[in-house]
Design a protein around this ligand. Sequence first.
Ligand code: MSP
Length: 571
Amino acid sequence: MPRPPRGLPRPPRRSAATAAAPGRRLLLSAPIFYANGPPHIGHLYSALLADALHRHRGLRAAGPSRLSTGTDEHGLKIQQAAAAAQTSPPELCERVSGLFRQAFTRAAVSFTDFIRTSEPRHQRSVRHFWGALRDGGALYKGCYEGWYCTAEECFLPESQLAERTDAQGRPCKVSVESGHQVHWTKEENYMFRLSAFRDPLRWWLRDNPGAICPEPFYRRVLSWLQDELPDLSVSRERRRLQWGIPVPGDPTQTVYVWVDALVNYLSAVGYPETHGEWWPAAHHVVGKDILKFHAVYWPALLLAAGLAPPERILVHSHWTVRGQKMSKSLGNVTGALGCMEQHTPDGLRYFLLRQGVPERDGNYYDEKVAKVVNSELADALGGLLNRSTAPSINPSNTYPRFSASCFPKVVGHGETRGVGRARAEDYALVAAVAALPLHVAECFESFQIYKALESIDLCVRQSNSFFQRHAPWKLNRKEPSERLWLDTIVHVTLECLRVYGTLLQPVIPHTADKLLSRLAVRPEERGLADVTFLPRYDGKPCPFEGRQLGPDTGLLFRRLEKSSPCQVEKL
Ligand code: MSP
């Protein structure tokens, strides 16, 4: 007769103040990726979201942070993929893990930890974690039977199955979610008392409404928790699954691949020795398909092992390609490496983060990448830099002076001190750009990076209109009053560009670096604390005024060609 686990812990309530406290440590994570095929743009998107958050946090100097990712190398799925590729699981994993590492490095994903579940350090963590579950009374041995989906590596209830016919025309059952065939499986397994954790999970979510973001996914998890939670099978018979970590003390069983995989977040912070320095300050970025594993199973497993649930789970939707789900059979799997070759790493980063809305599936096609990136990065942003640094406008190649008499400060009720040359639209631009860093920070905090990019793009367009409106190329630099105004126009424009360059670093690191270097913004001046826009407008000194600009190293972002669709790399 199953025993309930000893003393259910009450999950901690966290205040927003604790989460934002300066100097605190934070573990950001991307998932670990199945080592059964090369990385595609969907995988890259998961990693880029986590990377952009990690980089933005770095700009805020908010305290030490780590970014973990890696490869998920055990399980039937990998065992079968290796057999199909006529290789061994270790060889397949070595190759695929290398491709993920290569793609993430090429994409400038700033990971600090790359966990392979086949590594001894991780296996040690899993064994320890298993021991904690066992010692806490959360495991029992039971006979389990049900429909198993190898692609999703889990048992599925009848409600998630549909009737189909297989390739030979025989009736079969498939998973509604993934479309993959399921097989009836009966075996003796270790079971985890998930059923006992329904209330603790509900308390956790009730006390921490920001724990799962965006909100529709939070509600989805709450709705799952309205139903009974069946206990979870957490091992497989070793004779069926050899490619995995043996259950400690029972060599006839292999640890379930999802328990193995989830523990990677603890391995990354040195479990069972040093994890206390980081855990539970962890934010997991995950796709919607793996939400249940992260928002139900993982917190329950942690509670059972005497640890707190992660602080936040940030959920995103999926990319389709030309309106269709990516699949090997359709031949439309869009490889991450090939795509970066075609659109450049920053081009692809910008597109995925600008167009990816976490609540909704996004639709990828190459022409759209070229259109968005050419219009926003090459033309609008690159064009603005090009025009405002042109030798004809700025022959001395310096950060020119701002004149408060040309652009007097608004002192209330729209009144200005003195009669300047700036117009109402120019004041609107200054207000919009001054508010941008905080707005962008709020967008990152609420996991709406696409909104941050939309706002930056709007400001870039406003700056272009400002430049166009005042046509500085028509002003006579030999005439002192004209010269003051010309320099002020260029100063304001460069200040705008400095803000955009600073704020775009988490999204397009190479391009932002090029932009800031051209503006002679030193590496130690690129954080959010230094971004204060147009200090001269507020009567404060501007450290850049009069500084020699950096060398002209050519176009900020070269327009992308429209070329043939990218294919996935061959294994
Ligand atoms: N190995 C598990 C995760 C274990 S984490 C402890 C896994 N791997 S995966 O390779 O299938 O997927 C990894 C990530 O890629 C998931 O966040 C998943 O949502 C994401 N994507 C896979 N296909 C995707 C799209 N088409 N679009 C966007 N993201 C998608 O699940």
